[in-house]
Structures are given as structure tokens and as C-alpha cells.
Design a protein around this ligand. Sequence first.
Ligand code: G3H
Length: 470
Amino acid sequence: MAGTGVFAEIIDGDVYKYYSEGEWRKAASGKSVAIINPTTRKTQYRVQACSQEEVNKAMEIAKSAQKIWAKTPLWKRAELLHKAAAILKEHKAPIAECLVKEIAKPAKDAVTEVVRSGDLVSYTAEEGVRILGEGKFLVSDSFPGNERSKYCLTSKIPLGVILAIPPFNYPVNLAVSKIAPALIAGNSIVLKPPTQGAVSALHMVHCFHLAGFPKGVISCVTGKGSEIGDFLTMHPGVNCISFTGGDTGIAISKKASMIPLQMELGGKDACIVLEDADLDLVAANIVKGGFSYSGQRCTAVKVVLAMESIADTLVEKVNAKVAKLTVGPPEDDCDITPVVSESSANFIEGLVMDAKQKGATFCQEYRREGNLIWPLLLDNVRPDMRIAWEEPFGPVLPVLRINSVEEGIHHCNASNFGLQGCVFTRDINKAILISDAMETGTVQINSAPARGPDHFPFQVNQPPHKLLLL
Ligand code: G3H
């Protein structure tokens, strides 16, 4: 159970502690932040509201610890990461329980998130040993006008203190995808988890603590974004920011100083369906891609661009599958669970109402109870509707009917987002040409967008494309 057994030391009364200087601590102010369970809409957990002074302390120790950590042999860094991965997987149940309670992730998906995170930590340790264990050797006479009189040796060195800010939808997996590469490379980490997802993240951090990472190499501060958000991202002690989330990333990039930024900011992943596609395969992928975790994935299918000639059949097939989705609490492992917050549900509802007013075809009746929104397919969506362009991050999927491939590519490329996309056709030559024309980081062929397996490249906005052939 969360907060018990080996995790007992991370909680004080009903408030989870933050992690700094290698210890679990309480905020000096005594203030805490409530985490609302999306299903019950009641306070589920509380975390410490760290102050700016407490952030300063975590930064200070991260800076000094990094110097020592960078000198720790690479094999030793890898060994500790493997240990943390094993501990994480061993304690998948209590961590998954937190994911169910604070972000309403369906029970089985919650367990999968923890296990895949452990695997990613191990994989990163393995790869890190190889990649960081190599350097380059250059000779001067390969450049015009030079004799072979100079030699150059290069190797990869750490950046320093990495500020990691993962999103609510994968507070464990997208945290370790920042933490593990940073640590294996000799950096230290200051983690600011999302409020919703913070307790899952604190449990995950404890697994690193139990593995025996040196004091200060990892810290995890919790609190109000209004108090410590900008303070963290503008902190002079930060040498790199790795952020996954929405528009906040744009604000961070404007405020941050001249440091490397790694950003992954949402998506409106287009699914282009041609006349010759296997429509059963397409329908299965649209439902899985569009509705798993209630559409709250940056890689979810977020707009279907279907050729007019097959659109009726496709919509019928998708509707048949939507009808089979189970709707309810995450504890029951339902397919569709409450979205993360009331404000998120209200935003989704705003997009639905706009589409209704502008004449979209509702394939199901719109239904909402609290944060729970029933899956909804909107057909005959037109470009003047907000849902054609905005990311609902919920179980609502628009279908735009297109009359040419060019129209589909144009819609995809006119989007502000360019994370992933997919194309369905039996003609592989066409598929490759369309993938090449889609201005997205990744295109999947005959498969729904997805980040995993987690070791695949996950590009943002720019080619090269990943082609996944089924
Ligand atoms: O929400 C963003 C995640 O990176 C999506 O990951 O494709 O494995 O669900 P996923």
C-alpha cells in the first residue's frame, strides 16, 4: 500500500515529504498542497509546499553533489541505476495505486507504467555505458590545408544540474525518461513533479533513495507552481531543463536563461486514412490510439482525416468499437476513466459545445458526470471548429472527411502541433511519400501513434520519421 512498508518514511501524518539533501523533509512553513482524486473529486493526498529557500537548498546540494557524481565511475553509476530499476519494479503495486488515485489511470495501465519505467532505467544504464564509454579521435589532415600534426580527442561530459518537469499523464515514466539519462551521464537532478502525480513520483524517487544514490544527486521538490514554478525554471543553478507538458513549455523557453532546453509540448496527431486501407485495422487503431487513458496521451490520435469514399464505413466500424468501451472508475480497470481535473473536463466540454453549435455529427450522445466524460466520436467536423485544431486531452475524437491525400497532408501540416501522425494504406510506396510530406516528428504506418517501445527515437516536430510497418 502507498505510504507504508518501505515507503513509510516518505510520509508524515497525512502529508508526503519532499526529498532533498538525501533525506525526506517537511516544508518549514508547515504548508501543504492538496491532490484531488479525479474520480471522487475529494482530497486524496497532500504534499509539502516547498518555499523558494527550500528550492535554493536543493539546488545548492545538487550543484556540489554533481561534481562528485561526475567522477563516480560509469560502471558504478550504471550499477546504481540497475538497482533502482529493480526496486521500482519490485514495488510496482503501491506506485500503481498512487497513479490510480491521483491521475485516474486504469489499474492495469498504472502497473504497466511502473514496469516499463523500470525497464527504461535499466535500458538507459546499458546504453549509457556504451555511448558514454566511447569518444572520438580526429586527425588534422582530414581538413584542407593541414598536415597530420594535430590530434583531437573528444568525449561526452555532463551538463551539470538538470531540472526535470514531467507531466501529469506519465508522472513516473516521463520522470525516469529524464532522470535516468541525466544520471548515467553524470548530471544531478532536481525533479519538480506535477501536483497531480506528485505522490507517484515521490514513491519512485524513494526507489532511487533505497538504491543508495549519493546525497544530493537526486532531489524532488513539491509545491505550488505560483510560488516555485518560475523560481525553478529561472534559477541560475539550473544547467538544462527537460520539460514535458503543454503551453507552459513556451513560457519556460521565454523565461529560461541560455541553457539547453528539451521540450515535448503536446500534439494533435493526425490519422490519415486512404481508400485502400484495411478498415478493421484502422478502426482498432483509432479506438486504441484515440481513447486509451481517455485520450490523455500526447501521442493519442487526435484527428482522423478519412477519405470521403470510405468514411461512412470507417465511422460505423469505429462506433461499433466505441460502444464496447467500458466507462467508470480506474480501480475497475475501465477503458474510459475520469479526466484529470474539473477544469480539464470543462475545457473538453467547451470544444464539444463549439462543435455542436457549428453542426458536427454526434455519433454518441454527449454525456458527462463530474470529471467522467463518455467516449465521443464527432463526424463531419469542419476546419472552422475548434476541435479540428485544438487538443482536447480527453475521450473526444473528431473525424474530418477529405477528398484528396493533399487535403489530409495540408490539414496535418497546418496544425500548430507536430508530434506524431499516422497513415493507413496498403500501398507502402504511397505511405512513405505521405510520411515524408507530414511535418511531424514521427509517422507510424498502419499503426496508431505511440512513443513506445521507450527506446525508439521520440522526435519533436522535425524529421527523421520513424516508420513502423505492420
Ligand atoms: O503523453 C505523452 C507520452 O509520451 C505518450 O506515451 O505513447 O507511450 O502513451 P505513449
